[in-house]
Write a protein that binds this ligand. Structure first.
Ligand code: SF4
Length: 468
């Protein structure tokens, strides 16, 4: 998915930029980048962070960066920031999101305007370059960001560093967040508010959908008011987000605890303890334990000192290996016990199948599972969540194919937990994972746990519903 951080300050801000960007490392594994505006122009650094942490890669670059303003990004796959020279002036740009109609937009720009793109990678044009090109079609940065917001399908939030300050433009539908923070003599914008507390920033404002701000050391100016329609990704609270972060004023860990509490209210089973698959399942598991009164234990612990993040390495084989090596079972806690795991979600289910088998190999008597969100029936159309997986690989889709023989044109019955088809799908997944019981979160409970009205959340991957 990726995340970004930007800062404008009266003083040298490199340390804050460095740590603020690093606090987005859980959102991507491929590229990290920083750009600053210095007296003699821009300095930009991009590193591959697939096999090393952001800080270890960028630490040697810091001595040659001294600036009052900068932007940083953790990117899923494309090189960022990009440095652009256009009629708007020189600027650096980073983006978060996914432009799903990139091919059609670039074709239009080739044919009608005779433009070309230089940053080719991963089999296509660099989406950040496409965003910059759409911005450059207009006479001001705010008009250009509006053109970007109106032209794309998918989502795109953007930070632009100019010689005067930073523009921050949130995706038109607000699928990804941007939050403004403030401390004496500094303004910062971030995807993740977990970047703020240790740098001394306090949240000043959660930008609304489509809102555009300009920040400089002198202050913050609204360039475009927010729109009415919000469709923030509900998966941020379930899985993507860091526990210490908040979006729309709602903390991730708090929401996960409430998710777990809702799970505990339905389908209780006699168990010795409850657990969470590290890391994101832990907040859900703690909520389940608090509501049910059943003790929380850690039958798996994660060996983080040396293993790289497993968020989304490009190779499935590497993802599976890292996921397996990182989780160490504690046989003494598992043997002869009946327990229940909370998990953020079941995507393909292949890693989970292996994890569950390891529990039985350690002597578990019963393993129950409670995913914190409903079955994923639809691939994400708006972010890069599904970049490395096909919709047809989803555990729910696979179960539907087994039940129906072919895909029905209408999947609605598989998105409503009161239907026989839904129950049959849930049972198929339970059998495949070899679980004692499996009961998914109800969508209305997930929405209640987050605490925003359903119409202000994107829930497409569970119910296939898109706003008008
Ligand atoms: S489809 Fe799912 S993952 Fe994608 S933005 Fe919507 S809720 Fe988030």
């Amino acid at each position: 998915m990726g995340g970004f951080f930007g800062i404008a300050s009266w003083d040298d801000c490199i340390a804050d930029l460095f740590y603020g960007t690093d606090y987005h490392s859980h959102l991507g594994t491929k590229r990290g980048g920083l750009a600053v505006r210095q007296k003699d122009g821009f300095v930009r650094v991009i590193h591959n962070i697939e096999n090393a942490q952001f800080r270890s890669k960028f630490d040697p670059d810091l001595d040659r960066m001294h600036s009052w303003a900068g932007i940083g990004v953790i990117s899923d796959f494309d090189d960022q920031p990009l440095l652009i020279r256009s009629h708007l002036g020189d600027y650096a740009i980073v983006t978060v999101g996914a432009i799903k109609n990139a091919a059609a937009l670039s074709e239009d720009l080739f044919r009608k305007r005779g433009l070309h793109f230089t940053e080719i990678g991963a089999g296509g044009i660099n989406p950040t370059e496409l965003a910059a090109t759409l911005i450059d079609q207009e006479e001001s940065f705010e008009a250009g960001i509006r053109n970007l917001q109106d032209s794309i399908e998918g989502s795109c939030s953007v930070l632009i560093l100019t010689e005067k300050g930073l523009y921050a433009g949130r995706d038109k539908w607000g699928r990804t967040p941007i939050v403004l923070g403030k401390k004496a003599g500094n303004f910062a914008v971030t995807s993740e508010t977990c970047a703020f507390p240790n740098l001394g920033f306090e949240v000043e404002k959660y930008l609304g959908p489509g809102e555009i701000l300009f920040i400089s050391p002198e202050g913050c100016e609204q360039k475009q008011a927010p729109g009415d329609k919000l469709q923030i990704c509900a998966f941020l609270w379930v899985y993507y987000g860091y526990p210490a972060s908040s979006y729309e004023g709602i903390n991730v860990e708090d929401a996960r605890n409430r998710c777990g509490a809702f799970l505990a209210k339905h389908n209780p089973v006699p168990i010795d303890f409850v657990a969470g698959i590290p890391d994101s399942g832990v907040g859900h598991g703690l909520g389940y334990a608090a509501e049910s009164g059943v003790p929380f234990k850690r039958p798996f612990v994660k060996y983080t000192p040396t293993w790289a993040r497993s968020f989304m390495p490009q190779s499935q084989g590497v993802r599976d290996l890292v996921a397996r090596m990182k989780l160490i079972p504690i046989g003494d806690l598992i043997k002869g016990k009946k327990f229940l795991f909370c998990e953020d979600s079941i995507v393909r289910g292949t890693q989970l199948q292996d994890t569950i088998q390891r529990l039985y190999d350690c002597g578990a008597l019963e393993v129950h599972m409670r995913p914190a969100c409903p079955p994923l029936v639809f691939g994400c159309k708006f972010l890069n969540f599904s970049v490395s997986r096909s919709e047809m690989d989803l555990a729910a889709r696979r179960a539907i194919r087994e039940i129906e023989g072919e895909y029905p044109a209408d999947l609605t019955d598989y998105t409503r937990e009161d239907t026989d088809k839904y129950k049959a799908m849930e049972e198929r997944i339970r059998q495949r994972l070899n679980l004692t019981t499996l009961k998914y979160q109800h969508l209305e409970d997930l929405v209640a746990a987050i605490g925003l009205p359903k119409e202000r959340l994107c829930t497409y991957c569970w119910d296939g519903v898109e706003p008008d």
